[in-house]
Design a protein around this ligand. Structure first.
Ligand code: ACO
Ligand code: ZN
Length: 220
């Protein structure tokens, strides 16, 4: 090895950013701020993504590689805490710094968490109902025959609008249709008994990735 080759190797090792295999963060060992940021994020990520399994899981779908569970604000404290931990890490990834984006009363976020077979949270969708109170199938006023004709569920389902506040998949698990599965579950489970159509989904403040995904998923 020539001296020059050795020098380039050394320099190369020092400045080349690396990706942490556990948390997925790309950072540079040589930059103290980077290293510090990574340490902080790494700890939070490991805590948020660890999942021990719950006795009362609301499993909405199961797949060969994991399951999707639904958590809402009225669930046991420890469940809500997990949901918040995940949201905080997702917020860091999405660059959401405004704490006021926390759910306002009546507009509570629900979380669809993708749990891998290794019991890790590897993806999440935080969702709100933009329009509330539309039953999936409701009755008109009774007519003169005394019968109340049922609306076709499609008519009413059109009114149900669903806002995706945050959608996130762990870096190493992207492009495997995990976000698509999450969205299928959101659409099928947000309003009891009906499936929300793809055109009634609104992504708030989408990132470039989010836009690309939405284009394909919603066909818009
Ligand atoms: N670039 C181009 N097309 C994409 C991308 C992308 N980055 N991501 C998804 N698509 C399209 C593709 O057509 C893809 O099908 P293909 O892989 O067969 O080509 C199709 O959408 C389905 O993609 P999925 O595999 O279901 O999506 P994935 O599980 O990779 O998750 C997501 C997509 C959530 C956007 C992921 O990239 C991510 O977490 N990114 C970082 C966080 C982020 O930006 N989230 C969206 C923020 S917007 C919001 O939260 C409201
Ligand atoms: Zn890490």
């Amino acid at each position: 090895q020539s001296k020059l080759e050795q020098m380039t190797l050394d320099v190369g090792q020092k400045v080349e950013p690396t990706q942490c295999t556990q948390c997925g963060m790309v950072y540079n060992h040589a930059v103290p701020d980077d290293e510090q940021n990574h340490n902080k994020y790494h700890k939070r990520f490991l805590k948020a993504s660890s999942f021990s399994g719950w006795k009362t899981e609301r499993v909405v779908e199961e797949y060969h590689d994991g399951r999707i569970i639904l958590v809402n604000q009225h669930d046991p404290k420890s469940h809500v805490k997990k949901m918040e931990e995940v949201r905080e890490v997702v917020d860091i990834d999405l660059g959401i710094t405004d704490r006021n984006q926390n759910p306002v009363p009546g507009k509570e976020l629900q979380a669809f968490l993708y749990i891998s077979n290794a019991n890790k949270v590897i993806a999440a969708a935080f969702v709100e109902h933009i329009e509330k109170g539309y039953p999936c199938v409701s009755a008109h006023e009774p007519d003169e025959t005394g019968k109340a004709p049922l609306l076709k569920s499609d008519d009413v389902a059109m009114k149900a609008v669903c806002g995706i506040s945050r959608l996130w998949v762990f870096k190493q698990c992207r492009r495997k249709k995990i976000a698509s599965r999450l969205m299928d579950c959101v659409r099928a489970n947000l309003v009891f008994g009906c499936t929300i159509s793809k055109v009634k989904i609104a992504f708030s403040d989408p990132t470039e990735n989010g836009r690309m995904f939405a284009q394909t998923y919603c066909g818009t």
